[in-house]
Design a protein around this ligand. Structure first.
Ligand code: MLT
Length: 218
């Protein structure tokens, strides 16, 4: 039987949100979780990076009314063709909107939660980008990254993992961690006994990481 994606046709045009902030500071790119939209992580950006320019882009895939960045056949069963197609689309939109709003991509920090963290990290690990770092909240390894793994030496990545996450298994998280370690990036991991949700302690850890990362880049 051929698997049918859970999603309907892709939506257009690109839905996004931009908050100008102080253009001298590192821009933040926000990528939401399944069922979220471009406003979902604004509160996080306000806590972690007040005054920084913020760009948030909505995933254009619709799964039974829920926005996502790529199709899946079932929980944890991903449509890898859609992942590649939507990664190409998203990266092109990030570049187009960054040019439009005059954002410096080499200073940009990507912050994604769940589905948004997954595509953000997938792009960062497998394609050539100029991003300064990625925050992957409750992210998982979508596909085994082998030959196309980018050299991320000197780049900074923050990952979070909940030991009781019903979506991200420990095994899967360890694969993601190993791939990132192979890429040569400087990895910071926040782990707690929680599930797939964000916690205040986690947000505090992101802020600490963010302050150090952006200070070093100035
Ligand atoms: C994904 O589809 O990226 C993961 O299952 C997480 C999620 O459901 O958003």
């Amino acid at each position: 039987m051929v698997n049918q994606p859970l999603s309907g046709p892709a939506q257009d045009p690109v839905r996004h949100l931009f908050r100008a902030g102080n253009q001298d500071l590192a821009p933040i790119l926000l990528l939401h979780g399944t069922g979220g939209d471009e406003t979902e992580l604004i509160g996080l950006a306000e806590l972690v990076a007040p005054d920084h320019p913020v760009l948030a882009i909505r995933g254009r895939v619709n799964e039974n009314g829920m926005n996502r960045y790529f199709n899946r056949f079932a929980l944890g069963d991903f449509d890898l063709e859609s992942l590649e197609e939507e990664s190409t689309w998203l990266l092109a939109e990030i570049r187009r909107l960054a040019a439009h709003y005059q954002l410096d991509l080499t200073k940009m920090i990507v912050m994604g939660y769940s589905n948004g963290a997954n595509i953000g990290l997938h792009i960062y690990m497998s394609r050539s980008t100029d991003f300064a770092g990625v925050v992957g909240l409750h992210a998982m390894q979508l596909t085994s990254v082998t030959d196309d793994l980018q050299n991320l030496t000197g780049q900074r990545v923050f990952l979070s993992f909940g030991e009781h996450d019903q979506i991200v298994s420990e095994n899967n998280f360890n694969q993601l961690k190993e791939n990132l370690e192979r890429s040569g990036c400087q990895l910071t991991i926040f782990q707690n006994a929680g599930g797939h949700h964000l916690t205040q302690t986690e947000v505090n850890a992101v802020k600490e990481w963010f302050d150090t990362t952006t200070k070093d880049k100035d």
